[in-house]
Design a protein around this ligand. Structure first.
Ligand SMILES: *[C@@H]1O[C@H](CO)[C@@H](O)[C@H](O)[C@H]1NC(C)=O
Ligand SMILES: *[C@@H]1O[C@H](CO)[C@@H](O)[C@H](O)[C@H]1NC(C)=O
Ligand SMILES: *[C@@H]1O[C@H](CO)[C@@H](O)[C@H](O)[C@H]1NC(C)=O
Ligand SMILES: *[C@@H]1O[C@H](CO)[C@@H](O)[C@H](O)[C@H]1NC(C)=O
Ligand SMILES: *[C@@H]1O[C@H](CO)[C@@H](O)[C@H](O)[C@H]1NC(C)=O
Ligand SMILES: [Zn+2]
Ligand SMILES: [Zn+2]
Length: 595
């Protein structure tokens, strides 16, 4: 058997081949063949130690990491080589803890995260890795890296499962009523009971301002009372402030699109998550005296992102989370069986109107369990088709709620099938509501056989969390027959200003009304599409959208939005199917013609 230390050494050596830019795919290929050679015939590896430090993937898996800074081929190949190497050892019978130590070593050496974070995450995920490796004979570097690094488009996914969808019948939309009501959208709370004022903001971990981290020294930036812009979550008093302030508006329903637990992802537990989730649900229930429709986020799971389909008897089972969800909500939303099956439900809060709340965290590309089965986990999409068929039959209009926007880091096959469903039912799905990105965004669906025709729209509720942004919530005005969103208002306050005088109440303001900010007569898909085209031509509109995206945060004002940033905004607006890039390309064409 191969000596582990030698293998680690070989890994280290990879850097010897890497030139000064640190990102040469050719050198990795030679690394790969030299590893294979060593495994086959025992040729001695050279001295490698210094080298690994040459490979760096700083914070590769953080949500806000700019992937354009990484060389795609190099990143994919390194991932592939490393995963295969670990698998070879795993199958050769190496003990689990040694394997874990190697992964922690690689994670730390390549600067993905620091020792504490790498170690916590690896320990949390070790058993899942073992289970999948044992139960999936096709487990290999291509599949793991293809999924985890979907953003880089490393290795094409050959998964071609299909949801069966009956053909369209009538497609008439309901006439819009002048009678309206309001809906409050609050999302991505990430409640952080350990938030501590005065700690060092720039802590180097995925979450700062923690009670057990360093206190700011002279010259360090200290964590403010209301939170900060980088790598922070929501202190309890900020959530209470948001709830109190949003409560002054008049609204009939609350949409809460998930992510209640903090980003202390290297140290989650079922008990800890249960406590935060219960505390947040109770705060919402005690303070809003109208029906609340919740969604599960990827941070509710333990370990973070991991939604398994495994049943009750296993320690991987999600039953703890689904029963917690059911306990608080099943009577209010009526859907105990589907909540217990997969954390999703449907409810009709008034005649002619239906809400469908999906647990689309199963499509999140950081969910390992997709390696074992990505074919419609929990049969949720199949269920969605049944629900929408019934809604169509009963002449209902639908609002669809989810956590992960389907065009973002949603596994491509799931995203593709979801888009087929939206297209089929575009006449009854009046709007969709998401969270997860922490940004104020909207997403337009297009007809797959005529990409000039916009057929649906989704809205992101931005976030209570102040990551790069000022804290916020939204109110939608919705008409009471077609259930179209006729306007949207965003509320926020200047975090810097509020931190200057923590004793005073934050100065909330209405940042904008969507309709008046862009001079629209309606927010129907075709009008939203026309707006995006206007933005691609008139870039000051994109700068305006950029300020909304981060709710006027000082972080955003200081950074500004260059061409790359504006193009990213544009593509986000026209992408709902993670594998379709044609619309993005055509809108960028318009942008480039107008520089
Ligand atoms: C190992 O394989 C390499 C490449 O095939 C070859 O050059 C080398 O001579 C082999 N070494 C031994 C000890 O067989
Ligand atoms: C070999 O590794 C040692 C220990 O890290 C280092 O000091 C030395 O410079 C390395 N030699 C070469 C040739 O890389
Ligand atoms: C998409 O376009 C095709 C071709 O123009 C048309 O037949 C179909 O009805 C359109 N679908 C939707 C959802 O509008
Ligand atoms: C927020 O408040 C700070 C402190 O008063 C101020 O310097 C900054 O300009 C304000 N930001 C914006 C975008 O108005
Ligand atoms: C571009 O949009 C801005 C609003 O942000 C507007 O003031 C300006 O007139 C527009 N320019 C053109 C050429 O339409
Ligand atoms: Zn979130
Ligand atoms: Zn999320």
């Amino acid at each position: 058997m191969i000596k582990i230390s030698v293998l680690v050494c070989l890994l280290l050596c990879s850097c010897c081949f890497v030139n000064s830019s640190g990102q040469d795919p050719g050198s990795l290929l030679s690394l790969k063949s030299s590893i294979e050679q060593y495994l086959n015939n025992g040729t001695q590896p050279l001295n490698l130690t210094a080298a690994l430090q040459g490979i760096e993937f700083p914070h590769l898996f953080r949500r806000d990491t700019d992937v354009s800074l990484f060389n795609k081929d190099f990143t994919c190949l390194t991932c592939d080589v490393l995963v295969n190497l670990l698998l070879v050892q795993f199958w050769a019978g190496i003990d689990k803890q040694t394997l874990a130590n190697e992964v922690i070593f690689i994670c730390t050496a390549t600067k993905i995260e620091d020792q504490a974070v790498c170690s916590g995450l690896v320990q949390e995920n070790l058993d899942i890795f073992e289970y999948i490796a044992k139960n999936d004979k096709k487990f290999n570097g291509h599949r793991v890296c293809g999924l985890l690094l979907q953003k880089f488009d490393c290795y094409p996914d050959k998964s071609d499962w299909k949801i069966s969808i009956p053909p369209r019948g009538h497609t008439k939309k309901k006439a819009v009523s002048t009678d309206t009501f309001n809906i409050l959208h609050i999302t991505d709370i990430h409640l952080d009971p350990r938030y501590t004022e005065g700690k060092k903001v720039d802590c180097g971990e995925p979450l700062c301002c923690q009670d057990d981290q360093k206190t700011a020294d002279v010259g360090d930036r200290p964590c403010g009372y209301w939170s900060e812009y980088l790598h922070v979550d929501t202190p309890v008093h900020l959530l209470e402030e948001v709830i109190a302030q949003s409560g002054v508006h008049d609204f009939d329903y609350v949409y809460m699109t998930g992510d209640l637990v903090s980003h202390r992802v290297w140290e989650t537990s079922i008990e800890g998550n249960t406590e935060t989730i219960t505390r947040t649900y109770d705060l919402l229930l005690q303070n809003y005296h109208v029906p609340i429709f919740p969604v599960l986020g990827n941070h509710e799971a333990h370990p973070v992102n991991q939604y398994s389909e495994i049943g009750e008897e296993s320690s991987f089972s999600m039953q703890w989370l689904f029963s917690l969800f059911a306990k608080k909500w099943s009577k209010r939303v009526s859907g105990e069986d589907t909540i217990m099956k997969g954390g999703f439900y449907t409810v009709s809060p008034r005649k002619g109107f239906r809400i469908v709340s999906l647990n689309n965290n199963v499509c999140y590309s950081s969910n390992w369990w997709l390696l074992l089965n990505d074919n419609d986990p929990y049969d949720q999409l199949k269920w969605l088709v049944e629900v929408l068929l019934k809604a169509e039959e009963n002449d209902e209009v639908v609002h669809l709620l989810g956590h992960v926007p389907p065009g973002a880091d949603c596994h491509k096959p799931w995203s593709r099938e979801f888009n087929r469903i939206i297209e089929r039912f575009s006449h009854i799905v009046a709007a969709q509501f998401y969270g997860h990105t922490h940004m104020d965004e909207f997403y337009i669906h297009y007809n797959s056989s005529n990409e000039l025709e916009a057929i649906g729209v989704g809205f992101n509720g931005a976030s209570v969390n102040t990551d790069l942004s000022n804290p916020s919530y939204k109110i939608y005005t919705v008409d009471s027959i077609a259930y179209n969103v006729v306007d949207m208002f965003q509320y926020t306050f200047n975090l810097t200003l509020a931190n200057e005088d923590p004793v005073a109440d934050p100065q909330w303001y209405t940042q904008y009304s969507f309709k008046s900010a862009y001079g629209l007569s309606s927010m129907q898909p075709m009008d939203m599409d026309a707006l995006v085209i206007r933005m691609a031509r008139n870039h000051s509109l994109l700068d305006q959208q950029f300020r909304y995206t981060y709710r006027d945060s000082d972080w955003a004002y200081q950074r500004g939005c260059d061409h790359t940033c504006r193009k990213k905004l544009l593509c986000t607006m026209v992408t709902t199917d993670a594998s379709r890039t044609t619309k993005c390309k055509s809108i960028l064409g318009i942008y480039d013609d107008n520089v």
